[in-house]
Design a protein around this ligand. Structure first.
Ligand SMILES: Cc1cc2nc3c(=O)[nH]c(=O)nc-3n(C[C@H](O)[C@H](O)[C@H](O)COP(=O)(O)O)c2cc1C
Length: 221
């Protein structure tokens, strides 16, 4: 039975949360205006990122903020990687069908004024085999990094910024890690800028397709 305090919270939940909370209002942005993002706002996003929980409090995330000439170099390396993937030795041969999407992601990266590269400091490149212990560690660290990235995206939304979470950088893994010169596993990037589009919410599966309740209380409790 729902009690009266829960009832009053739920009574204006739609207005309070679903219409205003960044969890519900955030969209992936794929068109950006040319306006630069002040470094202070990127700082707020990163402050939020590092508040995320992490397994054993390992805080495996590392962030590299790229703009200007550094971002242009990233774009050139990603282009080289995508061309190699198309015409040379592909890193991800079975994912070929997604290459047009990766080219579109490169177009978006070029349009966004800032790109935040995201690294798992404890991870290994995805092209080397790992044992079960390392796999579980990697799984936990990846989850923590996902939470950190989501904190960033939600904070960006509150700051009036648009973002795109990017994993298509994986096609150009070799070229991009050569450039970034960072230890660990390069997991992706977040493009940040001022949105030049206001897309509608993308479809979600129905809740009953993805969640089920298994709650049975014993007679004693
Ligand atoms: C891990 C991850 C990787 C993604 N990689 C890309 C990408 O490389 N390029 C892209 O255009 N969108 C990318 N997206 C965005 C998804 O396509 C988007 O979140 C999804 O379609 C739902 O849309 P919404 O974010 O507006 O709700 C990625 C999202 C996640 C969570």
């Amino acid at each position: 039975m729902i009690n009266s305090s829960s009832e009053s919270i739920l009574s204006n939940w739609g207005e309070l949360v679903e219409e205003n909370d960044p969890i519900f209002t955030r969209r992936s942005i794929r068109r950006f205006s040319g306006r630069e993002v002040p470094a202070e706002l990127i700082g707020k996003m990163l402050e939020a990122a590092i508040q995320a929980p992490s397994a054993k409090n390992r805080q495996p995330w590392r962030f590299i903020v790229l703009g200007g000439e550094y971002k242009a170099e990233f774009e050139r390396n990603m282009e080289r990687g995508l061309m190699r993937e198309e015409n040379g030795e592909p890193l991800l041969p079975r994912s070929r069908e997604w290459l047009p999407d990766a080219w579109n992601t490169l177009r978006i990266i070029r349009e966004a004024p800032t790109l935040i590269a995201v690294v798992n400091a404890n991870g290994k490149p995805p092209f080397v085999p790992i044992d079960s212990d390392d796999r579980v560690t990697e799984l936990c660290d990846t989850l923590a990094i996902g939470a950190a990235v989501q904190n960033m995206l939600l904070t960006a939304e509150r700051l009036g910024l648009g973002t795109l979470w990017i994993a298509n950088t994986c096609f150009a893994y070799t070229e991009l890690t050569e450039l970034l010169q960072t230890e660990g596993q390069f997991v992706g990037a977040v493009a940040v800028g001022y949105a030049a589009e206001a897309p509608a919410a993308r479809p979600r599966k129905e809740l009953d397709e993805v969640a089920e309740y298994r709650i049975r209380r014993s007679a004693m409790s």
